[in-house]
Every structure is written in structure tokens, then in C-alpha cells.
Design a protein around this ligand. Structure first.
Ligand SMILES: *Cc1c(COP(=O)(O)O)cnc(C)c1O
Length: 801
């Protein structure tokens, strides 16, 4: 058992390092320093320690001539990094003591850090968990992404409606990154393709430069660190047009820079609809081309035989967003390096693999060939040659990446990857029978499953110190990087004293959250209530409207019989809607309107309240998840590819009320059906049910509670100043109801009453919660990454070398 829990640096030395940075790096006198200055100084002192591991890891990788993994993703939802670094370096005691000795409140300093929100939701957070696990496992790796000036918008509510403001995380200096002006690549767009002496030459009309910024990603115990390399767009010909300036045209002089910068200016704030915007394709090519140029430069510096590329380079495409990597790598190998086309294509396939994240048709990327060809004329030709080569090798089929005047990024990724993975068992099976059924018949070994995971360092050790302290007291701290060891707490659950400690951790976490909510939102809640939490992006398939409908129906039931023995419950929501997704924004407003009515109702508010917390992000998730009793994972079966929020909750001892969708299926298998509140139709049943023309009307007719809840919304009970406000929602739910809210309502309501009954028996509830923690070890992203390493990348750990 590994009980060494502290870094060897002393508090005094660490305090001296902080002061040194404050004085000489920031130029601040301790007596005048603001919180932000202290945070910077602390960050730099932590960073010093990270840099030592980082260099050591780089040296080991070069010395071993090892294969590297390159994770290409348009999103990295990393959140705050200071506490993460402190935890992984095991500097928590020293950092806290040093800040105290310097007269600073440690938690205030930590809370000053902006949340780096360079992603929308699950896909971006997965990329961040994967980077941390790659470092913990000591697998040489780079994450490649875009250094957006503005990450996901900041959300607030005005009269219950979502307002969006730009996220300005770079307003202050970002202490974790190193600018790398020497790693700069020219990225071309448009122009012409010509042939000279048998060689194809692409002459772009425009270009921007990609400049690198590196952030080290430290693994557990500081034993390894990898790099997150983010690209920033700058003008190719210098920042500024001197001729215009000299003519007195100052705005014109700055225009090239402004235009170039547009590419890395903002993250597209929609994770489920493909928008087909030119700027988005530019961003995708910008990231991918810069990454590939960087990968090949590094390869060339170590090897002279390009044939070794697949043995040294594994490139993972996080969804189709970097799918242009296929044609781009072929272009480089064939046009620039002179490999025969089919050999170039084979080599690219051996390097590339692709993760599919969604089966929603509206999210599958495709580009009109006109737009694609205008921006990337040579790549369009290469897409055709890829199709030709694929057809030649597989003569009986006619599957292609270019069809109906579109370039289809899913098909392109499938053809160009040696492995294609889904993100949960159910999702992978559905991939085989739906979107990629024909491709699967042609290439039956290509699709494999890799169920997602989450890093236990952030999602248990760091965010839930009370529970992780109890676990470490019980079984030692080996669980932190071997999460299946959590099984070791299972024998203790029947010990009443131990279970009381488990319950106390949850109780104290809830009290903290209640205090924080009172302070920041003014909402006063009793921590003895059940905390029922649904936090995730707003989407019809995630069905926040099913949750609020259930709240309304239950409220009506309580009102009819206020003195019955109801189980007190607080429903907490958080999540952002894409700015152009009006239906999702209506759901947010409805939840806020319902909250207003219910929270003011003196007959019911002691047993039912609703709160929608603004600006959901990683930090808010870290605050809410340890305090949750109930985890809402209620998507329409077949629509949520995996989910990772569901895993964070189970690990932290929240029971799930959920459908058989995504990784819920595997969570239920692991924690046991008795410790999971299942409801709803299966994916098969959903497809059958949708064929019934009046499925919603039938469901409503069969359940008066549902009819009454819908009627209350329609009659304006929650919007008395504007009774018609939610007709859009009620029309949908009584009509097409594509996501089967009405048809799943009755069983959901039943499951929720089962939850109520179970919550009354505290010992039984806490036993189930602790069993969820004990049996969730498999959902560590360390397990996921270990499997990617052996089954997709053929990459080895160098941590212990
Ligand atoms: C984990 C996480 C997600 C993903 O949540 P799901 O419930 O799986 O959709 C999204 N956003 C943040 C901030 C997260 O931490």
C-alpha cells in the first residue's frame, strides 16, 4: 500500500518560492499584492515543480525513440488547473500552509482562477480527462487544440431567460502556458492546384500562421507530464501593414491581423448541430494542418525513414472535427514527400483512428463540395482519389466520402482510420447497425468499443476531500491511480460506524453547497432535503423538460394533499443552451418560471423546491456532484452516446435515476440493478413507439397527471403575464414529441416515487450510495486510456523506465 502522501518540498521552501515569484516575476510587494497576484505567484511556484517532470518525460521519450500519441480535438474543457496541479504533485498541505503563513486564504486564492472553458460539454471534458490519464499512465502524448480567445459563453438569467456574454478567460495572464514563437507554421487556404513535371502543387491564395502555446499536463504524483499544445492564429505577413499605416490608414493597417485572429477567436457554442459555416471549416483545417506539420517536424528530427511513421505516430481524431487529417496527411505524404498515392493512403490509415461521439443525424458533419473545394481545392481532389482507391480495394460496394455534392466527414473518417470506436457498449452496437452499418459489413474489424471514463484525481480526490479522505483512511491511497481498488470499501459498508462516516461526508458536502447557494444566489435550502441534480447541456434528447414536467405533476399531487408524508426534495438544474437553439432556451425559461412559482408556494415549498444555477462549467460541476443524492440521466434511449456526468455522480455516491442509454447501461451492470432506479423504454422500444402516429396523445390520455401538468403550462400557471409563452413546448409534447417525453413520463413518475420511498430509509439509501462508490472504479479514464493504448494506438508507458 502506498501511503506516501506528501511531496518532499518543505512548506518553508515552498513559501519562499511563492514570494520569489511575487517579487521578481510579478514585481509586486507582498504588502500591496492582490488576490490575483498571489494566485499567479502560487501558480508559478507550482509550475516550477511541473516543469521538472515535464522535461524529464520529454527526455525519456526521445531517449527511447518512443511512439507518441497525438490527440486532436477542437475542444478541451479543462477547467481550473491550479488545484489540479497541487493535488497531483501532492503539495496540498504545503500550499495551504504557505499561503496561510503569507496571510492569504488558500481557498479564496484558488477560487480566483478563471475556468478555462475551451469546450462545450462532454466531448471536450473527455479530452481533458484523457490528457490527465495519459500523463498519469506515462504514455508519451500531445493534445492538440485551438487557443480560443473566447471559450464557451458565460450564462446568466434575466427574467428567467438565458443571456450570453463572452467568456474572457485570457483577460489576465494565463500562468500555465508557454508561448512558443519558434513553433510557427503557415496554413494555406483557397488558391489553385497545378501540375508540374508530374507533381501536383497546391498554391494557396491566403494564409495565416499558427503559433503554439504549450501547457504541461501533470499526472498523478508528478511522475510524468505531457503537453497540451494550443494553436493561436496570427497574420502571416507580420501583425500589421506598414504601407497602409504610413498612408494614415490605421484601421487598414491592423486589418490583416484582425482577419487572421478571427480563426482562433471563438469556440462554436453548439455541440449537437452541424452548422456548415466556412469559419468552422477554417478552424478545423487550421488545427489539423498545424498539428500534422508539427508531428512530422518532430518525426523528421528523430527518424529519416518515413516508412517508420505508423510505428512512431498514433493520431486520434476526437469526433470528425479534425477529419481533414486524412486528406491532409495523404497530401503531405504524396504531394510533398513523393510517396505513391495508395502507399500514402495506407500509411495515413495506419496512423489515424477515429472516435464517433454521436448518432444524431443533425450532428453528423458534412460540407457542401463548393465550399470545401473553394477553401481546400487540393483536398477535394484527394477525397475523390481516396474514394476511388477505397472502391478499387472493395469492388462490391459503393460507399464514399463524397456524395450528393457533399463531403461527409463521418464516412471520410471511417475510411481513413484503422480503428473506429464508439464510447459505450450500447452506442458502439448502434453504430454497427445504423450510421455505419454498411461500412461495418465491409470492415467488420474496424469498429471497436471504448467506454468513456473520468479522471478520479479531479472527480473524486480533488472535488470531494471528505469522501476521498474516508476512502484513504479505509484502504490506503492506492485507489487514486487504480480505481478498481474502491471495491475494498465494500466489506466496510455493513459496519454502521463506517457507514455513518460515509453519510457524514455527504451531509457536510450538502451543507457546504446549501451555504454557497444562499450566499451566491440567495436561494435558501434545507440540506436535509434530497438533492436531485440534473446538470448537462440543454438538449431535447437529454430531456430536462421531462424532469420539470415531473416536478409540476408532483407539485400538483402535493398541493392536493399537503399534509401527507412527502419526501422533501430540491431539484437542481444547471446547463447552457446553444444560443440559436430556441426550444432549449424555452426549456430553461420554463424551469426558471416553475421554480418561481413552486419556491413561493408556502403549501409545498418545504417538500419541493427547484433551483436553476447559472453558468454551468467544470468548477460548478466539482461543487455540485459531491453534494448530490440523486443523478438524473434521463435521455431518450439510443440518443446519449455515453455520458460522463453519470460516472462522476455514481463515483461520488449519488444514485442514478436513468434510462438504459449510453454508459448508464454499464453503470447499472457494475453497481447492481438494486442500486439504480431504472425507468423508460429501451432503444428498440423507442424506435417502435415512434412509429405510432399519436404516441404522445395516447400517453397523455393514459396518465391524468401528465395531462394536468401540461395543462398547467398551457394555461399560463407559470407565466401568468404571458399565458402563451410555452405553447411551443406543449404543442411539441402533445404532438410530434420526437424524444418521447410523454411516452416515458408515467414510468419516470413511478421511478421517482420509488426514489422518494427509498430516501426515507437513510441506512438503506447510504448503503446503496456507498455501493455505487465501491463499484464505480471501472469508470476511471485510466482504464479507458489503457485500452486505447493496447487496442488502438499500440503505445507503451514510459513512466517506470
Ligand atoms: C462531465 C461534464 C459534462 C458532461 O456531462 P453529461 O451529463 O455526460 O452530458 C459537461 N460539462 C461539464 C462541465 C462536465 O464536467
Amino acid at each position: 500500500m502506498n501511503m506516501v502522501s506528501r511531496n518532499t518540498i518543505t512548506t518553508d521552501d515552498f513559501r519562499a518560492a511563492i514570494l520569489r515569484h511575487l517579487t521578481y516575476e510579478l514585481g509586486k510587494d507582498a504588502s500591496h499584492a492582490a488576490v490575483e497576484d498571489w494566485r499567479m505567484a502560487l501558480s508559478f511556484a507550482v509550475r516550477d515543480q511541473i516543469v521538472d517532470s515535464w522535461f524529464a518525460a520529454t527526455r525519456k521519450t526521445y531517449d527511447a525513440g518512443a511512439k507518441r500519441v497525438y490527440y486532436l480535438s477542437m475542444e478541451f474543457l479543462i477547467g481550473r488547473l491550479l488545484k489540479d496541479g497541487i493535488i497531483n504533485l501532492r503539495l496540498l498541505d504545503q500550499a495551504r500552509e504557505a499561503m496561510q503563513a503569507l496571510g492569504q486564504d488558500f481557498d479564496t486564492v484558488l477560487a480566483d482562477e478563471p475556468d478555462a472553458a475551451l469546450g462545450n460539454g462532454g466531448l471536450g471534458r473527455l479530452a481533458a480527462c484523457f490528457l490527465e490519464s495519459l500523463s498519469t499512465l506515462g504514455c508519451p502524448a500531445y493534445g492538440y487544440g485551438i487557443r480560443y480567445e473566447h471559450g464557451l459563453f458565460r450564462q446568466s438569467f434575466v427574467d428567467g431567460r438565458q443571456m450570453e456574454a463572452p467568456e474572457t478567460w485570457l483577460l489576465q495572464r494565463h500562468p500555465w502556458e508557454f508561448e512558443r514563437p519558434e513553433s510557427r507554421y503557415r496554413i494555406g487556404f483557397g488558391g489553385e492546384v497545378s501540375t508540374k513535371a508530374g507533381k501536383t502543387i497546391w498554391t494557396p491564395a491566403d494564409s495565416v500562421d499558427a503559433e503554439a502555446y504549450d501547457t504541461p499536463v501533470i499526472g498523478w504524483q508528478g511522475r510524468w507530464a505531457n503537453t497540451l499544445r494550443l494553436w493561436s492564429a496570427v497574420a502571416s505577413d507580420g501583425p500589421f501593414d506598414l504601407d497602409s499605416f504610413n498612408r494614415g490608414d490605421f484601421a487598414g493597417a491592423a486589418r490583416p491581423e484582425a482577419l487572421a485572429r478571427t480563426i482562433s477567436r471563438v469556440l462554436y457554442p453548439d455541440d449537437t448541430t452541424e452548422q456548415g459555416k466556412e469559419l468552422r471549416l477554417k478552424q478545423e483545417y487550421f488545427l489539423t494542418s498545424a498539428a500534422l506539420k508539427d508531428i512530422l517536424r518532430r518525426f523528421d528530427s528523430e527518424h529519416d525513414d518515413i516508412g517508420k511513421l505508423p510505428g512512431k505516430v498514433a493520431i486520434q481524431l476526437n469526433d470528425t472535427h479534425p477529419a481533414i487529417a486524412g486528406p491532409e496527411l495523404v497530401r503531405i505524404l504524396h504531394d510533398e514527400r513523393g510517396l505513391p498515392f495508395e502507399e500514402a493512403m495506407k500509411m495515413a490509415q495506419a496512423c489515424l483512428s477515429y472516435t464517433n461521439h454521436t448518432l444524431l443525424p443533425e450532428a453528423l458533419e458534412s460540407w457542401p463540395e463548393g465550399l470545401f473545394g473553394k477553401l481546400l481545392p487540393r483536398h477535394l481532389q484527394i477525397v475523390d482519389r481516396i474514394d476511388d482507391a477505397h472502391a478499387k480495394a472493395n469492388p462490391s460496394r459503393t460507399l464514399s466520402a463524397r456524395s450528393d455534392h457533399q463531403v461527409k466527414m463521418g464516412e471520410l473518417s471511417f475510411i481513413m482510420a484503422h480503428k473506429v470506436n464508439g464510447v459505450s457498449a450500447l452506442h458502439t452496437e448502434l453504430m454497427k447497425t445504423t450510421v455505419f452499418s454498411e461500412f461495418h459489413r465491409l470492415h467488420p474489424d474496424r469498429i471497436i468499443n471504448q467506454t468513456n471514463g473520468v479522471t478520479p484525481r479531479r472527480w473524486l480526490l480533488s472535488c470531494n476531500p471528505r469522501l476521498s479522505g474516508l476512502i484513504t483512511d479505509t484502504i490506503g491511497e492506492g485507489w487514486v491511480d487504480d480505481l478498481e481498488q474502491l471495491k475494498g470499501i465494500e466489506p466496510h459498508i455493513s459496519d454502521a460506524g463506517w457507514l455513518e462516516r460515509y453519510a457524514a461526508a455527504k451531509r457536510d458536502n450538502k451543507a457546504d453547497l446549501a451555504n454557497w447557494m444562499a450566499k451566491t444566489t440567495g436561494v435558501k435550502v434545507d440540506p436535509a432535503m434530497m438533492f436531485d441534480v440534473q446538470i448537462k447541456r440543454l438538449h431535447e434528447y437529454k430531456r430536462q423538460h421531462l424532469n420539470i414536467l415531473e416536478a409540476i405533476a408532483h407539485w400538483q399531487e402535493i398541493k392536493a394533499n399537503p399534509s401527507a408524508d412527502w419526501t422533501p426534495r430540491l431539484k437542481i438544474f444547471a446547463g447552457k443552451a446553444a444560443p440559436g437553439y430556441f426550444f432549449a432556451k424555452d426549456i430553461i425559461r420554463l424551469i426558471n418560471d416553475v421554480a418561481k412559482v413552486l419556491n413561493a408556494d408556502t403549501d409545498t415549498r418545504d417538500v419541493l423546491q427547484v433551483a436553476f444555477l447559472p453558468n454551468y462549467n467544470v468548477t460548478l460541476a466539482e461543487r455540485l456532484i459531491p453534494a448530490a443524492d440523486l443523478s438524473e440521466q434521463i435521455s431518450t434511449a439510443g440518443k446519449e452516446a455515453s455520458g460522463t456526468g453519470n460516472m462522476k455522480f455514481a463515483l461520488n455516491g449519488a444514485l442514478t435515476v436513468g434510462t438504459l442509454d449510453g454508459a448508464n447501461v454499464e453503470i447499472r451492470d457494475h453497481v447492481g440493478a438494486d442500486n439504480f432506479f431504472l425507468f423508460g423504454m429501451t432503444a428498440d422500444k423507442v424506435e417502435e413507439r415512434r412509429l405510432i402516429p399519436d404516441h404522445a396523445a395516447q400517453a397523455i390520455a393514459a396518465d391524468p397527471r401528465l395531462g394536468a401538468a401540461l395543462k398547467a403550462i398551457r394555461d399560463g400557471v407559470f407565466s401568468p403575464d404571458e399565458p402563451g409563452r410555452y405553447h411551443n413546448i406543449t404543442d411539441n409534447l402533445t404532438g410530434p414529441d420526437y424524444f418521447l417525453v410523454a411516452s416515458d413520463f408515467t414510468d419516470y413518475y413511478r421511478a421517482q416515487r420509488e426514489v422518494d420511498a427509498a430516501f426515507k430509509d437513510k441506512t438503506h439509501w447510504m448503503t446503496m450510495a456507498a455501493l455505487n462508490t465501491a463499484r464505480s472504479g471501472w469508470f476511471s479514464s485510466d482504464r479507458t486510456i489503457t485500452d486505447y493504448m493496447s487496442q488502438i494506438w499500440d503505445a507503451k508507458s514510459l513512466r517506470d523506465s
